[in-house]
Design a protein around this ligand. Structure first.
Ligand code: FMN
Length: 359
């Protein structure tokens, strides 16, 4: 019997990972209104750990109480109660031998929680609020352009959140610079019209991401993992692709090299890994990231297809695959693959917040 390459172990930043299967970050908008994980969330995360996932990345956690929160029931990693809640949950997850990573998220202009939002520039976001996440519906507010002080406070929020993630017992953090949230709003030319050192060229638009990673590195030990998630598509603009494909990807990855994350996670938001960034140079975006950044890569997007996942791993396009919707349908995905059991289909209702929303 041959075993699927997804089941092979890996050494990630000197941490043993039992296989290549990662739970992708998924917002469930199911925490208490104080942003503390509930009992239902404990059970939800522990199921993935018991189901054999090598790495579990949390849903996006808000990083400060100033301007980062995305949804009313989003969990945070800011207050003592939140840190305690995550510490209890992390203990359960780690008991199964999974690595547990906290995703750090600042919503910027895409907050559905705040009426006064902050963003790189005064640009009304495309699209409308996601009704299922709470916080009303309809258009997003028009954001205020962040001052240099606002940017410093946001960056400090990430560093503080990372310190709190250490205290909560996480193995690392993932900086969410994908899918249209604050760091991605800086990186994207149409939401960043700034004329200062945070706008204009790609190195300038990447600057806040570099500052966030540097600020985090300053407050955590060298063995605490700091990953980076990037994407082309956005929750509110899923058809968006980097202009000039490989040219922009190369320029962005040149900046990623300098910040040396412990891993690069490329989100398949609005697409699939197979369709992502197959540019004129005929390389996958994840393969380019691996070749250029020389750090482990997590690929994402429809990778529950075992033939595609096997090819992505075996042909050196990626080191890990992360599963979103398929993990909701198959919280025991690695156990299923090992046992040759079928992968169950995802249904929309599986992504809904856990009822009832606790106050
Ligand atoms: C319910 C749901 C919530 C999500 N929330 C987040 C999130 O908090 N942070 C993030 O980076 N991506 C989030 N995503 C995107 C997923 O991580 C993933 O990129 C996307 O689902 C595509 O992967 P898949 O084809 O395996 O589902 C979310 C996706 C879903 C379905």
């Amino acid at each position: 019997m041959t075993t699927h390459p997804i089941l092979a172990s890996f050494e990630l930043a000197s941490q043993f990972v039992k296989n290549r299967a990662v739970v992708a970050p998924m917002s469930r908008a199911s925490a208490t209104l104080q942003g503390v994980p509930t009992a239902a969330m404990h059970a939800y995360y522990e199921k993935f750990a018991a189901g054999g996932f090598g790495i579990i990345i949390t849903e996006g956690l808000y990083t400060d109480t100033v301007a980062s929160q995305a949804y009313p029931h989003q969990p945070g990693i800011v207050t003592p109660a939140q840190i305690t809640g995550w510490r209890e949950l992390a203990t359960k997850v780690k008991a199964h031998g999974s690595l547990f990573i906290a995703q750090l998220m600042h919503a910027g202009a895409l907050s559905q929680h705040l009426t006064h939002t902050q963003a790189p520039s005064v640009v009304t976001p495309l699209g409308t609020k996601l009704r299922s996440y709470g916080g009303g519906e309809g258009p997003f507010p028009i954001p205020a352009a962040m001052t240099a002080t606002d940017i410093r406070i946001a960056v400090e929020g990430y560093a503080n959140a990372a310190k709190n993630a250490v205290a909560a017992g996480f193995h690392g953090v993932e900086v969410h610079a994908a899918n249209g949230y604050l760091p991605d709003q800086f990186l994207t030319a149409y939401t960043n019209l700034r004329e200062d050192e945070y706008g204009g060229t790609i190195p300038n638009r990447f600057r806040i991401i570099a500052e966030i990673l540097a600020a985090i590195r300053k407050v955590v030990s060298a063995d605490f993992m700091v990953g980076l998630r990037l994407s082309e598509g956005k929750v509110n603009d899923d058809h968006y692709r980097w202009p000039d494909g490989a040219v922009t990807a190369t320029a962005i990855l040149e900046e990623v090299i300098k910040v040396a994350p412990d891993y690069v996670h490329i989100s398949g938001e609005g697409s699939t890994w197979e369709k992502l960034g197959v540019y004129d140079n005929n390389e996958s975006l994840t393969g380019m990231a691996k070749r250029m950044v020389k750090r482990p890569v997590i690929a994402n997007g429809g990778l529950e297809d075992l033939a595609v996942a096997g090819r992505a791993l075996q042909e050196g396009h990626t080191d890990f695959i992360s599963l979103g919707k398929a993990a909701l349908a198959n919280p025991d995905f690695p156990v299923r693959v090992a046992a040759g059991l079928p992968v169950l289909p995802f249904e929309r209702a599986m992504a809904a917040p856990f009822p009832p929303l606790e106050a």
